[in-house]
Ligand binder design. Structure first.
Ligand SMILES: [Zn+2]
Length: 116
């Protein structure tokens, strides 16, 4: 069972991570709230000097950042719902050491291994 002090610490970490991800995604000229990886025509990224490879690389990075952001949002929602720290697959507790390392973890280590 997670104690209140630890939850508050993890919430602070998640909120920080959420802000960092928003800033990073926006830094690439993408919209953190959208699932489409499209870029603002006015953003520096759309500069013609960027090659197709560079663009593909940035899209992959933005997808990964957004996937992380999705998990962070979900973890914060679970904190509000009082279900934080519970594995979404088996319903068992997620180890505290795992949450300390990855506060946005949604699966226990065993299920994470199964999920690949
Ligand atoms: Zn599990």
């Amino acid at each position: 069972m997670l104690d209140g002090a630890m939850l508050e610490r993890l919430r602070t970490g998640l909120t920080q991570q959420q802000a960092d991800l928003h800033r990073e995604i926006e830094g690439y000229g993408a919209d953190p709230g959208s699932d489409d990886v499209t870029f603002d025509a006015d953003a520096g990224f759309s500069d013609r000097s960027h090659s197709t490879e560079e663009r593909a690389r940035v899209i992959a990075v933005v997808r990964a950042l957004r996937s992380n952001l999705h998990d962070v949002d979900r973890a914060l929602a679970k904190m509000d719902a009082g279900t934080y720290g519970t594995c979404e697959r088996c319903g068992g507790p997620i180890a505290e050491e795992r949450l300390e390392a990855i506060p946005w973890a949604l699966l226990c280590i065993d299920c994470k291994k199964l999920a690949g």
